[in-house]
Design a protein around this ligand. Structure first.
Ligand SMILES: CCCCCCCCCCCC(=O)SCCNC(=O)CCNC(=O)[C@H](O)C(C)(C)COP(=O)(O)OP(=O)(O)OC[C@H]1O[C@@H](n2cnc3c(N)ncnc32)[C@H](O)[C@@H]1OP(=O)(O)O
Length: 240
């Protein structure tokens, strides 16, 4: 597996130059635009296949895109740089956009999208609004190694947080993670694909309780289980 990772790396570096090519603007941003849309110019959508995606990831992606056809599922687009969220709640809570764009923070980008294609987090999230659940297809690249040959636990936690965040945001709008509990049951092989099934279990005032499991593509291996608490931001409060 490590050998195939190295070979993959070589081809990934070869692909680097192509990366900033024409933006893969999706024709199917769908209703998720409500939460994730941008007011600024054009943001590339990273939740789409690129040449680093394995056969497993592409296959699963295609299966879920099929499920999107009847509208029961939607693919959530994902941008790398600051999205201008439509929710007014974000504006009261987060830093002044002028500060964010100022010196030092001008390079800010979403943690999970800060790697070259295939080296870090490759993922796409699908949402089923009626069932209040999401499915995240995740391929963890070679820069996410912990124990040799396996994904770092922090990388798994990060991906779970993102999957949870999306699941909670669909119902809660502007949310933040208050609590994450993860049971790591089996190590995840580096460069493999896992499926994170998240669901909203309970909504209690501003509190959104979510849970997930992380499984292999064939569903035979349960890698992790987690629960999370997300809090819908109070527009009357600020973060400082
Ligand atoms: C579209 C985007 C897509 C996004 C797609 C990408 C997703 C990226 C996901 C990354 C997400 C992050 O990294 S977020 C970054 C990591 N998280 C943080 O930095 C959060 C830091 N914490 C905070 O800022 C704050 O504590 C908040 C916002 C979480 C909550 O503060 P608050 O708004 O003042 O709320 P507060 O009154 O304290 O609490 C409200 C209720 O929740 C309960 N509560 C609060 N915290 C906890 C807790 N840890 N455990 C149990 N219960 C808690 C309180 O008891 C209360 O219950 P009751 O009295 O009402 O019963």
């Amino acid at each position: 597996m490590l050998r195939s990772c190295t070979a993959g790396l070589r081809s990934l570096w070869a692909l680097r130059g192509r990366r900033e090519g024409a933006a893969r603007l999706s024709a199917d941003l769908q209703p998720a635009r409500r939460l994730f849309s941008t007011e600024k110019a054009v943001h590339k959508d990273w939740a789409l296949p690129n040449p680093s995606w394995s056969k497993d990831l592409k296959l699963l992606f295609d299966q879920f895109m099929k499920k999107c056809e009847d509208g029961s599922w939607e693919r959530l687009p994902s941008c790398k740089h600051t999205c201008t969220y439509k929710s007014e709640d974000f504006k009261t809570y987060f830093l002044d956009p002028q500060l964010v764009e100022g010196e030092g923070l001008s390079q800010a980008q979403l943690f999970t999208r800060g790697f070259e294609d295939g080296l870090g987090f490759e993922y796409v999230i699908f949402n089923n609004n009626d069932e209040k659940r999401t499915v995240c297809l995740f391929q963890g690249g070679p820069y996410l190694q912990g124990i040799p040959g396996f994904l770092h636990g922090g990388a798994i936690a990060t991906m779970i947080d993102v999957a949870f965040g999306s699941c909670a945001a669909i119902s809660g709008g502007a949310v933040m993670t208050a609590n994450l509990n993860i049971n790591f049951k089996r190590p995840v092989p580096l460069c493999s694909v896992v499926v994170i099934h998240s669901q909203l279990d309970k909504l209690e005032g501003r509190k959104l309780f979510v849970s997930c499991n992380v499984r292999s593509v064939d569903e035979k291996t349960l890698y992790s289980e987690a629960t999370g608490l997300f809090i819908k931001l109070d527009p009357k409060k600020s973060s400082t």
